[in-house]
Design a protein around this ligand. Structure first.
Ligand code: PXG
Length: 440
């Protein structure tokens, strides 16, 4: 069967997809290069979402493909426990160099979900190593997305992801309020002025449970999956101050925000806030091979290692931690980011994207526009009794017009590869503007 013939669709149970609907009217991709996907129909579709927020250097990068191909010929696989391969150390060093000061110990995973669960475990192991084994409580945030492991959905705040498992989530988890508020912040460009005080809710949670029971707070600096929630000015700073005051670790889930999405190595760098751990995935390998990691402050790493008399210090890891194909892809990807100065490019383009996005104000159904770095969220008013339907229709119509957007609920998220041009940004928002006028 050639690649362009349509396969039998019945066997694949698709993730986070309306399977029945999709299979009745499938959209199938067979190729990708630069800013474009190719469909089975031969249509070129502009990728306004960098895949799923992950193909930051654009598709089909030869250097990455070559590195992966060479790697699979020379060392296809190396066990990750008790023995190492040279590029795993090089990749860890290359990642560490992009992290905020001190967060230079790297634990490899294969996905963002695994990075989150790893980070939560490290936080708990750290407190135990310090003789504070009672610090096991974890604090997440409403509307947070931290992947789909049991740890991730427990600290996460997306009720659709939690409902089926509500009686089996991790115990001793609390949630901060989310920061979304249309009355106060609708149509803000960049970080809203209103909302820093919402971080003070952490003091109430601490007062309730006592700091001595709390291991860590985990938040996305910019919440992507839930619909582009930009942190209010001062909000993350306050979370940092409160966690530091009470000896609680702060984990930034930067699976989306790291590697240039906001125009910097990390959101931490952009905002000048240093958490204790950072979770990474997606752009780390340009999504050419599944990969993830946790960047850990060296003091946390050293504390856990020093607490162990001998033998394995941390009973955790994956068959494919630092898989040779992943480390090859990571090294090649980070080299491209550096050589092409793609994070600087994203930073320089972000005012252009901001302007283009905010041009949609006044278009039918648009009740908010949010942006930060090379990300924009356009929130549509939901149809009565049919939340998500309007954005779904916009998605379908944009796709038919050759632009791939992303939606969650009734918020459209735009997050193109960092190689996007101004003309392509115009095409994305012109298409959206046109499509919005055709939707009830
Ligand atoms: N943390 C964050 C902040 C994420 O955005 C994960 C963890 C989990 O990563 P993995 O690699 O296990 O999927 C994510 C994933 C979307 C979308 O369209 C976002 C994600 C995944 C799929 C779709 O918003 N984020």
């Amino acid at each position: 069967m050639t690649n362009t013939q349509k396969p039998d669709l019945s066997h694949l149970w698709m993730p986070f997809t309306a399977n029945k609907q999709f299979k009745a009217d499938p959209r199938l991709l067979v190729g990708a290069k630069g800013m474009y996907y190719t469909t089975t129909e031969g249509q070129q579709v502009l990728d306004a979402t960098a895949g799923l927020w992950c193909v930051n250097a654009g598709h089909g990068r030869e250097e990455i493909s070559t590195a992966i191909a060479n790697q699979t010929r020379t060392l296809d696989y190396a066990p990750s426990f008790q023995i190492g391969h040279t590029d795993s150390f090089r990749a860890a060093q290359a990642i560490a160099q992009l992290m905020p000061n001190g967060l230079d110990r790297i634990f490899f995973t294969n996905s963002g979900s695994e990075a989150v669960d790893t980070a939560l475990k490290i936080a708990i192991a750290y407190h135990r190593a310090r003789g504070e084994g009672q610090r096991t409580r974890l604090i997440g945030r409403e509307r947070g997305y931290h992947g789909v492991g049991f740890g991730g959905i427990s600290v996460g705040g997306i009720s659709n992801n939690r409902r089926n498992f509500s009686s089996m989530l991790l115990p001793h988890v609390d949630h901060l309020p989310h920061t979304h508020n249309l009355e106060q912040n609708a149509f803000t460009r960049g970080q809203p002025e209103w909302g820093a005080h919402l971080a003070d809710e952490l003091e109430n949670i601490i007062a309730l449970h006592d700091a001595s029971t709390i291991a860590a707070v985990i938040v996305e600096p910019m919440a992507g999956s839930t619909g582009v929630l930009v942190p209010p000015k001062g909000y993350l700073e306050r979370l940092r101050a409160i966690t530091a005051k009470h000896g609680i670790l702060l984990i930034f889930d930067e699976v989306i925000t790291a590697f240039g999405r906001l125009g910097y190595n990390t959101a931490s760098e952009m905002l000048g806030i240093t958490p204790d751990l950072i979770t990474l995935a997606k752009g780390i390998s340009n999504a050419a091979v599944p990969a993830g990691a946790v960047a850990v402050h060296r003091d946390i790493h050293d504390t856990i290692l020093d607490a162990s008399a001998n033998g394995i210090e941390f009973f955790h890891g994956y068959t494919y931690s630092a898989h040779p194909l992943a480390t090859a892809a990571i090294l090649a990807t980070l080299e491209i980011y550096e050589r092409e100065q793609l994070f600087e490019r994203a930073r320089a383009l972000s005012p252009y994207l901001e302007n283009a996005a905010h041009q949609l104000k006044g278009r039918p159904h648009v009740i908010d526009i949010r942006n930060i770095g090379l990300v924009a969220g356009i929130e549509l008013e939901s149809r009565p009794q049919a939340p998500g339907a309007r954005a779904a229709e916009a998605f379908q119509k944009c796709f038919d017009k050759g632009v791939l957007i992303r939606y969650t609920g009734d918020t459209i998220a735009i997050s193109p590869p960092l190689i996007v041009t101004e003309e392509q940004i115009d095409q994305i928002f012109d298409t959206l503007a046109e499509v919005l006028t055709t939707i009830d």
